[in-house]
Design a binder for this molecule. Structure first.
Ligand code: MRU
Length: 341
């Protein structure tokens, strides 16, 4: 079974994604021809996961700037600024989106020439962002591999695998490498309400790779940990503050509390592009509120009364004090996280 390619270039220069809302029923690719289509796909969670939306934003910028290739430098840069604003507003929590767009901006500013020269440089940079993410995933896997002994059972939340990145994932990367090394490893996956990234996506890609996987409802995690059915918990991240507080899929904080209560190590796995060292702690991480229908409806059918109100934060913040370690492309590390450049 070949690797999962969650994002690529279409021959037309559009951004080719797999529509993750249709998984696991169908693998359907969609070609996003411009930045507006990329924004729409990000908002609809057709393309999702912190590293992947950063990559999608960079590629979406390039796709959207195709029509500016014959423009003069100033006109090209003006359009780039407009598209950056559009793409940057797609989702607020994962810092990878803003990180990728800022990187594209720096590169454009440092490049001389007209629209064609700028566009070619930006296309090369988007390729580099994708390639680097792929490499970072493998380094995260290598850093986390010693945590996954033969026969280990691991709990993960949401989908922080190949479908969320340009490579083999973040939280799932050490599990994939352990499997590659022939270690028997089992994974418990929370279904991850309301959008079911665990049941639909993580379970799909793990079973596709031949890794035994057990899906639990989110509310079964406490019993699972009390029964010591797992030796560690490993999750991804959407934004990590300088002190190590981090945002991840709603429910992560609860899992960290449970892990601490039951004496189970709790790890956060992420690439450098997820670290926001401008934020001192997690209090200032913007948390996305998602549409109420994600909660009131299950598989298109209303399950909550019309008059019920809904609170639907997509992410929560886990304090650094609950984290055993951070599995990153720089190794197994502890905060503080300082700017690298
Ligand atoms: O709303 P989503 O599906 O984009 O949320 C994704 C998560 O919270 C992941 O755990 C996180 O982005 C890490 S992905 C490598």
């Amino acid at each position: 079974m070949g690797p999962i390619t969650a994002i690529s270039w279409a021959p037309s220069g559009a951004v080719r994604i797999v529509d993750q809302q249709l998984l696991p029923d169908a693998w359907r690719e969609r070609d996003l021809e411009d930045a507006a289509a990329v924004v729409q796909a990000i908002r609809a969670l057709q393309v999702r996961g912190a590293p992947l939306i950063g990559i999608a934003a960079a590629m979406g910028l390039v796709a959207g700037l195709r029509e500016q290739r014959s423009a003069a430098r100033d006109a090209f840069l003006t359009r780039q600024t407009e598209l950056e604003a559009l793409l940057g507003a797609a989702r607020p929590t994962a810092v990878n989106l803003a990180w990728a767009l800022a990187r594209m901006r720096c590169v454009a500013q440092a490049t001389s020439g007209d629209g064609r020269a700028l566009w070619e440089r930006l296309r090369a940079e988007a390729d580099a962002i994708l390639e680097e993410d792929r490499a970072m995933c493998r380094r995260i896997g290598a850093a986390g591999l010693p945590l996954i002994g033969a026969g280990a059972s691991v709990l993960t939340h949401c989908n922080a695998g190949a479908l969320a990145t340009g490579g083999i994932g973040t939280a799932l990367a050490p599990i994939y490498l352990a499997h590659e090394h022939g270690r028997a490893v089992g994974v418990y996956v929370t279904e991850t309400r309301p959008v079911l990234q665990g049941a639909r996506l993580a379970a799909w890609e793990l079973t596709r790779a031949g890794i035994p996987c057990t899906v639990i409802v989110d509310s079964a995690a406490a019993a699972l940990l009390r029964e010591h059915r797992v030796q560690l918990v490993i999750v991804g991240a959407d934004r990590i503050a300088a002190n190590g507080d981090f945002a991840n899929k709603i429910g992560t904080y609860g899992l960290a509390l449970l892990a601490r209560h039951h004496g189970v190590p709790f790890y956060c796995a992420a690439p450098s592009s997820t670290i926001d060292s401008n934020l001192e702690n997690g209090a200032d991480i913007p948390i996305e509120q998602r549409p109420t229908e994600e909660v009131t409806h299950v598989a298109g059918r209303r399950v909550a009364p019309e008059s019920a109100q809904v609170w639907n934060p997509a992410f929560d913040v886990t304090p650094a004090s609950l984290v055993t370690g951070y599995v990153t492309d720089q190794g197994l590390v502890r905060p503080p996280f300082r700017p690298t450049a």
